[in-house]
Design a protein around this ligand. Structure first.
Ligand SMILES: [Zn+2]
Ligand SMILES: [Zn+2]
Ligand SMILES: [Zn+2]
Ligand SMILES: [Zn+2]
Length: 299
């Protein structure tokens, strides 16, 4: 197109000065560029750049864009009938890779930094179930005693309970090595402390079943190796049957309700026959590491 118009109109652009201009401009350009390149190690980013202009939530990949480069998050795209909210151009399968790359390269402090964690977490991996934060040992664990708002890492909770709650009467705290413990029917839980690794276990005594109580064991911790408990309950009456159960120990950072899954049912008659308290023995042992056969990533 340019060629034909040049021939027809006779407006041939002047070609002579071209080499002279290029020779002069090149070194100047390099010099100014060298002095204006910013130090990227000190970059600060306006957080609004990283949030969707439609829902105002932080972007998560995939991010889509119209042909003018206006980004939209995947959540909002459906509500827009695949039209850009700014220029009304179609917005469909064109990804906003530069913005996705920025997110992929970003590291943020662990959510539990204020509890002492120094780890950085990849921004795009934060929401992942098996990411660092799901198993962070600094994640706070909450004290189970009513009216106590203490929360700290698992080892700190251990020290807190021993210091603040072990002196109650009847005692709701003991060492796991000192079982059996006498468990009154009306006591909702008994704390079992394991000194070797500062673990806190709760022997839960739930009133969530009719005509009896449900006994189970949980560990108050963020994460750790799988463990198995065995529990045996015996009444005080001579000749009374002993009850027993075993199962894996669920981990909770905050105990809010009784587990609805596995528990040992202790009927009311059993408590009555033993003067309102039963004797409970609890053993917890670590499970051998699982064999690498279950692939949970398979859909
Ligand atoms: Zn959005
Ligand atoms: Zn647009
Ligand atoms: Zn952490
Ligand atoms: Zn407490």
């Amino acid at each position: 197109m340019e060629k034909s118009s040049g021939e027809n109109g006779g407006a041939t652009p002047p070609k002579k000065p071209r080499t002279a201009v290029v020779k002069k401009a090149a070194p100047e350009k390099d010099q100014t560029a060298a002095t204006t390149i910013p130090d990227l190690s000190n970059v600060r980013l306006d957080p609004e750049t990283l949030q969707c202009n439609i829902c105002f939530l932080p972007f998560q990949p995939p991010i889509y864009q119209c042909k003018h480069g206006h980004p939209s998050c995947k959540r909002c795209l459906a509500g827009l009938n695949n039209k850009c909210h700014i220029c009304r151009q179609p917005i469909g399968d064109m990804r906003c890779r530069p913005l996705e790359n920025v997110l992929a390269g970003m590291t943020v402090p662990c959510a539990f930094a204020r509890f002492g964690c120094q780890e950085g977490v990849r921004y795009t991996e934060r929401a992942q179930r098996h990411g660092h934060e799901a198993s962070c040992q600094h994640a706070p664990c909450h004290c189970p005693f009513p009216g106590c708002s203490y929360a700290g890492a698992a080892a700190q909770l251990f020290a807190h309970i021993r210091g603040a709650h072990a002196a109650g009467s009847p005692s709701a705290v003991s060492s796991i090595r000192c079982t059996p413990v006498a468990l009154p029917r009306g006591m909702p839980f008994h704390v079992l402390l394991r000194e070797e690794d500062s673990r806190v276990f709760l022997l839960l005594n739930g009133g969530d079943v009719p005509k009896g109580r449900s006994l189970s064991v949980v560990c108050v911790a963020a994460a750790g190796e799988a463990e198995l408990y065995t529990m045996a309950v015996s009444g005080g009456a001579p000749g009374a049957l002993s009850l027993s159960a075993s199962g894996s120990v669920p981990r909770v950072r905050r105990w809010v309700r009784y587990p609805t899954g596995g528990f040992l049912f202790v009927p009311d008659a059993y408590w009555r026959a033993s003067g309102g308290s039963v004797s409970v023995t609890v053993h917890v042992k670590k499970l051998p590491p699982p064999e690498l056969e279950e692939d949970t990533t398979a859909a």
